[in-house]
Design a protein. Structure first.
Length: 326
């Protein structure tokens, strides 16, 4: 039987008891597969890689080394959460790489969306290679491949899973959740004790905020994006919309308009709010944000985020618009 094909007899993991049975089974499989060897994982902090990390910690403990690369394009608080959950709470071997300057220097003056994606992906692999070469005795590479990845892209996830490594870094693959759908991965993550805001994290593009800071990325505009996004997420959580709206975020495009503050003329960026509902991202409808909540978000962004003088609301469904702007 093809090990990359989900058996028709495989039950959907819908509750804690089924998740615990899956965890017990995978822990046994992982221990047999890995033995006393060492395994390496690129840990982005996303749902899939986080669940794989938690599974491996349960199975082989300190034989796992997680590498978390902070490329400066994550949302506010996410790198800190990875360190807190995996290093401080789960006592994992975690290598934290502060590569913010390295990535942002590479991205300076790069405005084409596809070129930005290529720069981010290529630099990520270079950083991961450098960290992998510092480690001894690694024989396995763990990846957060899930079943839709296999169906759509031959099992290789582009960005925070690592494909295309050079010959001296060829490892045997460990992919414990490769036959699960995203909703099942979340149930398993919850059973493993991961925090809700990690397990139920909304979809996030591989290049991170790089595709929401449109055009050539600048540090000040990226910071305005990160802060406005944090306000939106905080207010949605307070309003009980976290987990009910499929995806919501802000965009800060590379153009400016006139504004006035404290009787002085401003020349600042707009911030665009995007909130959509979808099942599989092939189409999306607009979430109707209550005006009272929308007004509160607008006031906070204009008062608290440097460089923003307008807040806009994107009402475009997919199709014809895409979910992300780049």
């Amino acid at each position: 039987m093809n090990e990359n094909v989900r058996p028709s007899s495989m039950k959907r993991i819908t509750d804690e008891s089924l998740a615990n049975a899956f965890i017990d089974e995978q822990v046994e499989i992982l221990r047999k597969q890995i033995g006393d060897k060492k395994v390496l994982l690129a840990l982005s902090g996303g749902v899939d890689s986080s669940v794989v990390a938690a599974l491996l910690i349960k199975a082989v403990g300190k034989q796992l080394t997680c590498v978390h690369v902070n490329h400066g394009l994550l949302r506010k608080g996410e790198p800190e959460q990875v360190v807190e959950v995996f290093k401080n709470q789960m006592n994992a071997n975690l290598v934290y790489v502060d590569a913010v300057d390295r990535f942002l220097d590479k991205l300076a003056n790069v405005s084409d969306p596809e070129e930005k994606r290529k720069v981010i992906g290529a630099e990520f692999i270079r950083v991961f290679e450098e960290e992998a070469r510092k480690l001894e005795g690694i024989e396995f590479l763990a990846q957060g491949t899930i079943y839709p990845d296999i169906l759509e892209s031959d099992g290789i996830k582009a960005h925070h899973n690592v494909g295309g490594l050079p010959e001296d870094l060829q490892f045997s693959l460990v992919e414990p959740v490769k036959l699960l759908y995203k909703d099942e991965v979340r149930v398993v993550g919850k059973a493993l004790g991961l925090p809700d805001n990690m397990v139920y994290r909304q979809p996030f593009p591989g290049p991170g905020l790089g595709v929401r800071c449109t055009g050539a990325i600048t540090r000040d505009r990226l910071e305005a994006l990160r802060e406005s996004d944090a306000i939106l997420r905080e207010e949605f959580a307070k309003a009980g919309l976290q987990g009910k709206v499929w995806q919501y975020f802000t965009i800060v495009p590379d153009y400016k308009s006139t504004g006035i503050k404290d009787n002085k003329r401003l020349w600042d960026w707009p911030c665009i709010i995007r909130a959509v509902n979808s099942v599989d991202a092939t189409s999306a409808t607009i979430e109707e944000i209550p005006y009272e909540l929308l007004n509160k978000i607008v006031k906070r962004i204009l008062a608290e985020v440097n460089g923003i003088n307008r807040v806009l609301y994107d009402l475009s469904p997919k199709p014809i618009a895409t979910i992300e702007w780049e």
